[in-house]
Design a protein around this ligand. Structure first.
Ligand SMILES: NC(=O)c1ccc[n+]([C@@H]2O[C@H](COP(=O)([O-])OP(=O)(O)OC[C@H]3O[C@@H](n4cnc5c(N)ncnc54)[C@H](O)[C@@H]3O)[C@@H](O)[C@H]2O)c1
Length: 265
């Protein structure tokens, strides 16, 4: 079950963090994996039994070349994970610099666009493409303005590609991580602190909490799912947890229950 035997996978941003956790999971399930990254992943690849190829996802040529090299080394691909991303998150829309806005879009949105544009030519029919978006695609935080926009665009691209690639049986889905401890998301950071208070599950995610979802969406067991956005966020996007409501209403002098609205009889 959930076997990836005889499947070939291509992962961007695979040298560390989420991409690396996914690569390890795919290898454990029997896949052959190419990890690509702007940082040197030669040693990491050797350690986990993958192949490393350099890539800069902000460059269309670089993405196209890496996909071609991956096919030359492994044969046609079955799984493409457009995962590389990140951002300097520090500005509301009115305070953001154009430079940081454009850079955020290049890494997070263009990178996925290039993978969707060039990936299918190197894939077998009935394959799976998984795009890493973010809870930030659907949950707005003022200082996340550029990142909110970049990741929301990933959801739109996911749906467009799912519609156009369905005739080949290629499925395209997006995963929306909440807060998962990784090199770029430290456990001691502000977002993790907020996550522990606001997410109904009361804790941040681990990379292992995500890897299984990437595995499911790559495996034949998800063969009738396409164009979807899968939140893996401990419920943070759902709404107000009791702990958050309690913290926010410390200064409310009235009775701490919501009571009736209207005539309940
Ligand atoms: N960790 C989280 O809590 C979280 C939450 C939501 C979304 N995400 C998304 O998940 C993805 C992976 O995040 P992570 O936490 O593993 O981060 P990370 O920083 O640990 O890993 C990102 C990897 O991408 C690589 N990279 C950066 N720019 C690149 C480029 N131009 N071309 C190729 N590779 C590049 C980096 O070298 C790094 O290895 C990103 O798209 C991020 O936006 C992460």
């Amino acid at each position: 079950m959930f076997s990836l035997q005889s499947k070939n996978a291509f992962i961007t941003g695979g040298a560390r963090g989420i991409g690396l956790a996914v690569a390890e999971r795919y290898i454990a399930a029997g896949a052959k994996v190419v990890i690509t990254d702007i940082a040197d992943g030669t040693d990491v690849a050797a350690r986990i039994g993958a192949i490393y190829l350099p890539i800069d996802v902000t460059s269309e040529d670089s993405v196209a070349t890496a996909l071609q090299s991956a096919e030359q080394q492994l044969g046609k691909l079955d799984i493409v994970v457009n995962n590389a991303g990140g951002a300097l998150i520090d500005a509301t829309v009115e305070n953001e610099t154009n430079e940081n806005y454009q850079k955020t879009l290049r890494i997070n949105t263009d990178g996925v666009f290039f993978g969707l544009k060039h990936g299918p030519a190197h894939m077998n029919d009935d394959g799976s493409i998984i795009n890493t978006a973010s809870l930030a695609a659907v949950y707005t935080v003022a200082e996340y303005a550029s990142y909110n926009a970049a990741k929301a665009a990933v959801l739109a691209l996911t749906r467009s590609a799912a519609v156009s690639l369905g005739s080949r049986g290629i499925r395209v889905n997006a995963i929306l991580p909440g807060t998962h401890t990784s090199p770029s998301q430290p456990a001691a950071g502000l977002e993790t602190h907020l996550c522990r208070k606001l997410a109904p599950l009361g804790k941040e995610g681990k990379l292992a909490d995500l890897a299984g979802v990437y595995h499911f969406l790559a495996a034949p067991e998800s063969s009738y799912i396409t164009g979807q956005s899968v939140l893996v966020d401990g419920g943070w996007g759902l709404g107000l947890s009791p702990a958050a409501a309690e913290a926010l209403t410390q200064d409310f002098a009235g009775e701490h229950h919501f009571g009736y609205t209207g005539d309940f009889t």
